[in-house]
Design a protein around this ligand. Sequence first.
Ligand code: ADP
Length: 415
Amino acid sequence: MNILVLNCGSSSLKFQIIETDLKKIEKNEDKQLAKGLIERIGSQALVTLQADGAPPVKHAAPLRDHRSALDHIIKWIISDDSKIPNIQSLADIHAIGHRVVHGAERFTNSTIITDAVIRGIEDCIDLAPLHNPANLKGILAAREVFGPGVPQVAVFDTSFHATMPETSFLYAIPYQLYRRHKIRRYGFHGTSHRYVAFRYRQLTGKSREETNIITLHLGNGCSACAIKHGSSFDTSMGLSPLEGLVMGTRGGDLDPAVIEFLVHKEGMSMVEIDNLLNKQSGLLGISGLTNDMRDLLAEAHEHQDRRAMLAINIFVQRAKKYIGAYLAEMNGADGLVFTGGIGENAAPIRQLICDNMQWLGIEIDEKVNAEMVGGKEGDISTKKSRVKVFVIPTNEELLIARDTARCVLSTPETK
Ligand code: ADP
């Protein structure tokens, strides 16, 4: 079956069409037929579309909302110009899979979207005010375009972490606040952590039970996950994606007293503080230059820019801290997996994170590491390394397509 995977942000829409079914999942023979991205929805949008095996096509179009963006994509998908294999009309799209950021405690698995599920996703808006409304826009637009005959499935960023024990997910604040408002750690990037854990099992031939690893998703947003017996045991993001590692524009862990201090010293409002912590902190905040790791590495290397180097070093030290914590929580791990834009491409960052960790059993091969970039997948550790270190490019869209196929054909998630 052909699955349209949609990932809607507040002003963006990413999509892929993936051909998959239970047999293809089993044999790893799913196929990406097309992909694309629309940015700056609401004004003159930038559109990039690409059918499998063809070069990308880029243009601008006035697209006022997610519905017009989806119409635009559909028009291209079914046009003769697109030349997408096996797709001639709307009827050739058999199901739609949506990325949904927050499923709270209510959604612990991917699920077919019904009216009740839509209400449930709306109920989670409080917890993800920046993300869930955009995801809902995509769901409602797809319902209008495809009608009730085409099943839609929601795949949640939080659901992989539903297996975390209370000792990992509760904050040490009065317990009744958890009872009353469900204030707890949820974790995000679940689809990515789950995908790379699954690939790790394929690459190493380990069973789910034998999978005891730490996964580091280092992109613009960054999170670490301790995976014990194949399930999420602990993760670095919390109630929201603000907690944990240093990220592009988020600072991660912070003493909450800083917030009150800012209110008094800078006269900032909560909205301003929220913006400061989400958009102006992290690599950007420390360097004062950029949130882009490529540019920071260039600045540090070519100009020895002090604050660029400081941002990199703080980023690296925080990652080390979480690796150490998770090794302690899990009584060691067999593997460490890097993924995300930085994890997959920034060899110097992987090197810095893994430097001086021999005592913990982590040692990577400098040359192999330097070459493992640009979408390559493999083991970068030395023979001596007790913890095997892998680079595994993430593929959240593939997992969303697979979950969609499995929900539609009603079989449980396994891979
Ligand atoms: P998102 O979290 O938005 O999906 P990505 O996973 O694409 O983001 O990661 C974006 C980050 O990856 C940026 O900081 C970018 O600089 C970094 N990155 C991408 N390619 C490279 C590279 N070749 N070297 C260093 N960093 C890179």
